[in-house]
Write a protein that binds this ligand. Sequence first.
Ligand SMILES: [Zn+2]
Length: 174
Amino acid sequence: MITIFSTIIKSFSQNSYNTMIDHLPFHRLSCSCGQKGCLIKHAYYKRFIKISGKLYELKILRLICKCCGKTESVLPSWIVPYSQILLKDIITVIQTYLKKLPFENIMINNLLIDESNIRYIIRQFNRHWRERLAVFKIPINHKFTTIMSFKKYNRQFMQIKSTSNILFNNTHIT
Ligand SMILES: [Zn+2]
């Protein structure tokens, strides 16, 4: 998969996803086979994301590589692969946990996030990511945690499976 880094994270919707795709310089994208400029639009698949208390259906674009035939899905950086919970909500859960504050407001703000979701996020964070961040003193916020997680571990922050994920960063933030 390919993650498109975006600093515009106010709107989490199909529209903002489509706009992101429309502005994507396809010729600059690299496939996990190492080739650049070989990826073309292939198909869409559906994913459900929990946005502001609603289960939102997002159509995700899949690209195919003309060189190796592999397909790659295109994810925005506000998504964590295989998670229905937005990265910003995952980050809020972890920050709240680290500050030892109550989780009520998180559950009030997003009614689809319950105590078992929160326990799961904290368990995965402690098991897979706490140490990884500590080693490189990576702060927990949207911009730098994502960029540093890709730089040091070749995956999105809180991505658990080791599926190949390439960050495409078209911004000036590095
Ligand atoms: Zn390829």
